[in-house]
Design a protein around this ligand. Structure first.
Ligand code: 1CP
Length: 348
């Protein structure tokens, strides 16, 4: 593979690095004026996500501005449900919506089996083009959503505050819920393998809503399926690092460390020193600056970066990131301050 900058891949394998690699979730997005320009040209989100040139351009935009150690392909976790026929669309200011949400076991039974190389070819086209244009500069990350996080959108029909419909579905249609999670798991394994074949050097599973479940339900409805994804992808691509990011699951980090992933994303509510203890050196850790620190003064950003680096402390296997994604109203200059601080303070 021979990447010019392989800090991220080494850190994911807990190998020594000269300094802590850094990238951020949602680094390609609305906080960048150059992103908003392309987004406006495209008209709507999915038109942009299905256009390989636009995907490539938007993926590379943050790298032109900042000395990042990785890029993440511009796409969305909801591409799989869209390919299954749920009809994804975006309403200005309201986020994603589905025309045909899941309401019954029959709806689950009727979902088609998808083939990523065909039904999500546009994602692979974007990855291949981006991989080519990147010219081995930094690693390219692929991703998918966790089956549970996808289920929340598919059953709620969009975003949710309390996940009432999604959790009711787990509680009242448990068999159908497991069937749905299994279909999503099978699709995700195929999807990530195809992304790796198209040029992704590492992959991340986003379980943004894992932390809304009780520990028992988290295990049964989220972690067990993510474990299947890890096992299924590793079977075909044993050398490609896998990152699992569940938000708000401090109580589950020790169990997560045992499923075979290379790295766990940690949100800002768990100190990295505690995450390190809970995971006992089994995985690398990614995170975990509170994204809202980017609203603070440069001095505060620098001291918070220092604090995160020292909470991880000595040893290999730290990837610096935010504890969750960039917000649309954030200033790009603040991200630059954060990245410079990571590069400066983590230098060995
Ligand atoms: O119109 C726009 O421009 C909408 C904004 C936007 C963007 C920039 C959406 C809609 N998706 C994306 C890109 C995106 N989504 C990426 C690209 C790569 C990068 O990180 O730079 C990734 C990895 C995602 C993943 C994603 N989509 C997640 C998981 C991560 C997270 O933030 O928790 C989730 C939950 C989604 C659903 C989604 N898609 C878009 C929005 C606004 C949302 C969140 C809605 C909600 O809060 O429920």
């Amino acid at each position: 593979m021979n990447l010019k900058n392989d800090l991220l891949l080494r850190a994911l394998k807990q190998q020594p690095v000269e300094r802590t690699p850094v990238w951020v979730m949602r680094q390609a997005g609305r906080y960048l004026p150059e992103y908003r320009k392309i987004r406006k040209q495209a008209g709507d989100f999915m038109t942009m996500a299905k256009n390989a040139e636009m995907v490539c351009e938007v993926t590379l935009q943050p790298l032109r501005r900042f000395p990042l150690d990785a890029v993440i392909i511009f796409s969305d976790i909801l591409t799989i449900p869209d390919a299954m026929g749920l009809g994804l669309f975006f309403v200005q200011g309201e986020g994603p919506k589905f025309k045909n949400p899941i309401t019954s076991e029959k709806d689950v039974d009727n979902l088609p089996k998808i083939n990523s190389s065909i039904d999500l070819k546009y994602v692979m086209d974007g990855l291949s083009l981006t991989s080519e244009k990147l010219n081995k500069e930094v690693p390219l990350l692929g991703f998918c959503g966790s089956p549970w996080t996808l289920l929340t959108y598919m059953v709620e029909g969009g975003s949710s505050k309390n996940f009432a419909k999604a959790k009711s579905f787990l509680l009242n249609h448990t068999t159908a819920a497991h069937k749905l999670l299994q279909k999503l798991t099978d699709a995700s394994i195929d999807y990530l393998i195809a992304q790796i074949a198209a040029g992704a050097n590492a992959v991340q599973v986003f379980d943004s809503w894992g932390g809304t479940l009780t520990p028992e339900m988290y295990q049964a409805f989220s972690l067990d399926y993510m474990q299947q994804i890890v096992t299924g992808v590793k079977k075909h691509c044993p050398d490609t690092p896998i990152i699992l990011f569940s938000k708000g699951v401090q109580y589950n980090l020790s169990k997560m460390a045992d499923v075979g992933a290379d790295c766990l994303g940690v949100d800002w509510t768990t100190d990295l020193s505690l995450a390190k203890k809970l995971t006992a050196g089994k995985v690398a850790l990614q995170g975990n600056l509170d994204p809202c620190v980017l609203y603070a003064s440069d001095e505060v950003i620098k001291s918070e970066v220092k604090r995160v680096l020292s909470s991880f402390g000595d040893g290999n296997g730290h990837i610096f990131n935010l504890g969750h994604g960039m917000h649309p109203e954030m200033q790009p200059e603040k991200l630059a301050v954060m990245i410079d601080a990571v590069r400066q303070y983590s230098q060995k």
